[in-house]
Design a protein around this ligand. Structure first.
Ligand SMILES: Nc1ncnc2c1ncn2[C@@H]1O[C@H](COP(=O)(O)OP(=O)(O)OP(=O)(O)O)[C@@H](O)[C@H]1O
Ligand SMILES: [Mg+2]
Length: 148
């Protein structure tokens, strides 16, 4: 995916508010050119990862992403492409990904967004965007690097 938004987020974007973070996610999803994108969302508690996922959903045309925080995986059909939202925060062992069917999701079209995906970097396929969320005095700096 090469476009303005992907260039911006690879350079790092300062999002001053929650709505700016969501708008960035929305722009990434709306601007994606291929049919599959895996994103590992990495940063401390409260950094804005879930907020960004809400934006991704909006950019795919998915209306409601309210989800119980304890779930390890949520699927959101109904948009231009489906969204799958993982949260590895409570996952203790990489082996547990097998039971979740993680590899199967990676083969499906759509966006696969993984909060705390940096816990198991070996599980992230080539092409994954590792998106770092840094809390700074002016908001959040969000920067993506692509796994080779
Ligand atoms: N610029 C910003 N971008 C995103 N969220 C912000 C920003 N400024 C303040 N916030 C606040 O930070 C919190 C971000 O919460 P969110 O649930 O998205 O974090 P998270 O990274 O998913 O955390 P967790 O690791 O606990 O899942 C919200 O309370 C939001 O209002
Ligand atoms: Mg979260």
């Amino acid at each position: 995916m090469a476009n303005r938004i992907s260039d911006d987020i690879r350079a790092g974007v300062l999002c001053a508010t929650e709505s700016e973070t969501a708008a960035l996610g929305c722009a990434v999803a709306a601007g994606m050119t291929g049919d599959r994108l895996v994103m590992s969302l990495e940063g401390p508690l409260g950094a804005g990862k879930t907020c960004f996922v809400g934006g991704l959903a909006g950019g795919l045309g998915i209306a409601d992403v309210s989800s119980p925080t304890f779930a390890l995986v949520h699927e959101y059909p109904g948009g231009r492409l489906p969204l799958v939202h993982f949260d590895f925060y409570r996952l203790e062992r990489e082996d547990d990904l097998v039971a979740l069917g993680f590899d199967d999701y990676l083969r499906e079209p759509g966006i696969c967004a993984i909060e705390w995906g940096g816990k198991f970097p070996g599980a992230l396929p080539p092409g994954t965007w590792r998106v770092a969320f840094d809390i700074v005095p002016g908001g959040r700096i969000i920067r993506a690097a692509i796994v080779r």
